[in-house]
Design a protein around this ligand. Sequence first.
Ligand code: ITT
Length: 192
Amino acid sequence: MKKIVFATNNKHKLDEIRKITDGSLQILGLADIHCEDEIEETGTTLEENALLKARYVKEKYGYDCFADDTGLEVEALGGAPGVYSSRYAGEACNPADNMAKLLHELAGVKNRNARFRTVITLLIGDEMHFFEGVVNGRIIEEQRGEAGFGYDPVFVPEGKDQTFAELGNDVKNQISHRALATHQLAQFLTER
Ligand code: ITT
């Protein structure tokens, strides 16, 4: 069976793509190839960061590889925090700090439109492919819900009244930005 590496240490992401591809591909994580390096995300776009990670693995280990990057893009903030979502409130910050900063920046702002965007970069043979998943929604004024991670407690996806954190992982994983991008990748890989 063809082997491909997903340049992540995140077990949830690995489980998700393995489920979607339903055993038709052997998907290895960084731990499976004994890569313990911290691959720095120095890019200024999601595309660049995903490419940096995939290219690192392809060049150092020779495997076909894909990698992802995700950001929350808020319209009234010109697309911020975007590629800097995980460190919006500073390098050593946590999701609570990031959400607090976001709600502070949006205090009194009427336009609450935002979107989550995931980009996956695939390096296979000599080819490079990009896949994108987007979920539009809005930032509410307080945190609601316990599930999920990151900005989930303040993000209500379009067509719903509850935040991602209130909707829970099962619902979120069916409609999320990451799921949309991952499904496109999975379809590409399984048809190939
Ligand atoms: P990697 O090790 O795979 O790079 P990461 O935590 O950096 O994991 P991402 O690049 O996917 O994760 O996402 C960057 C940040 O964007 C993440 O730390 C969260 O703050 C936020 N984020 C990403 N996906 C999210 C989601 O589904 N719900 C809420 N916040 C999310």
